[in-house]
Design a binder for this molecule. Structure first.
Ligand code: BDR
Ligand code: CA
Length: 349
């Protein structure tokens, strides 16, 4: 084979490679745009709160969520603290450009009940806190929710609810048109098989603002509920906490410290083997719903009785003719959930 033939072969190979490179490039661009389309646009409403903090970091560490804003509500601690904590958490994540809006200072019609006994005076006991550099976005959380839902195509925005449902109920009451624009509400709240953590039959988020939860359940919007039934099966164990610490980044350490303080309370109070990761289940569901299992049921909230205020009345056996209004989650693949949490948190500083 002469030198000329070699050259023409090389040219031929080169000619074949160029289209291949172009095709690969085009495929990559296509994959990029597909992934961009698959990002779920979400507003996260929270009352941070130790498990809220882990949930927010879980969401902020993922590239699958387009977080349009974080809205805060009074719950675990008063609004000034939940709003400050949300900004601290955002700063920990080093994510820029996500606004934090402060919302309701108290439930719709009742006095605020807080949970410093669980989350500590600051709401984020267990770690050192700093003055967050980011300011609150101007305006009220409720107006941000309404505006964002109206400005975006219907059926594109998910609401992740990690605290009492006050902000969302206020938004639905002020602007009923937004209900048909919400893609889905994924919320932590309630309990049926594990009925209560604040009263014998009520879970904290629903108990704090049962009237708001009732408005949300009656709204007709598709709802997914992560109740105590499932969150109490997603327990922190020493091994799981160690894996979070072993990530070796600042946030892994912080979360392990928060969980050590947080788990102690639930282990002592409820005789559990670890702390239940309530709010992170919402983010786990948003990132990988196939880890969870549940059933479509009708849910109503008790708003009148002193004895059973805030109870979620779940028609599990369809003994009424009330139409299902929520997907009630009862199972999670806990090991896979913790693996996803650990992996996602490793993307943070
Ligand atoms: C819920 O109540 C709060 O204390 C937690 O943050 C969680 O949202 C659990 O009942
Ligand atoms: Ca919460």
């Amino acid at each position: 084979m002469g030198p000329g033939e070699n050259r023409s072969e090389r040219l031929l190979v080169l000619k074949m490679k160029i289209p291949l490179v172009c095709i690969a490039g085009a495929l990559l661009m296509f994959a990029d745009s597909v992934f961009a389309i698959e990002k779920r646009a979400v507003i996260i409403d929270a009352d941070p709160g130790q498990d809220d903090a882990i949930a927010l970091l879980f969401a902020l560490g993922s590239n699958q969520l387009d977080i349009l804003g974080i809205t805060t509500v009074a719950g675990n601690v008063p609004l000034d603290l939940t709003s400050k904590n949300a900004r601290i958490i955002l700063d920990w994540s080093n994510r820029k450009g996500i606004p934090v809006y402060a919302g309701a200072q108290k439930p719709l019609v009742r006095d605020l009940v807080t949970a410093e006994d669980v989350h500590g005076k600051t709401g984020l006991d267990g770690v050192t806190l700093h003055e967050p550099p980011g300011k609150l976005a101007p305006g009220h959380a409720v107006d941000f929710i309404i505006r964002t839902l109206r400005q975006n195509p219907p059926g594109t925005i998910t609401i992740g609810l990690l605290g009492p449902a006050t902000n969302l109920a206020l938004a639905m009451t002020k602007a009923p048109d937004i209900k048909s624009r919400i893609k889905e509400i994924v919320m932590m709240g309630g309990g049926r098989f594990y009925p209560g953590n604040i009263t014998p039959v009520a879970e904290f988020n629903v108990y704090v603002d049962p009237d708001a939860a009732n408005i949300v359940f009656q709204s007709g919007v598709p709802i997914v509920v992560l109740p105590l039934d499932v969150t109490h099966t997603a327990l922190t164990t020493p091994d799981r906490v160690q894996k979070l610490r072993d990530i070796g980044n600042l946030n892994g350490d912080r979360i392990a410290d928060i969980l050590t303080s947080y788990s102690r309370h639930d282990m002592e109070k409820f005789g559990l083997e670890g702390g239940p990761l309530h709010d992170p289940c919402v983010i786990g569901y948003l990132l990988n719903p196939s880890l969870f299992d549940g059933k479509q049921v009708n849910v109503m909230v008790e708003t009148k009785s002193d004895l059973t205020l805030g109870q979620t009345v779940v028609d599990w056996n369809a003994v009424t003719d009330r139409k299902p209004n929520a997907l009630w989650i009862t199972k999670v693949k806990a090991d896979e959930f913790y693996a996803l949490l650990t992996d996602t948190l490793s993307q943070l500083p």
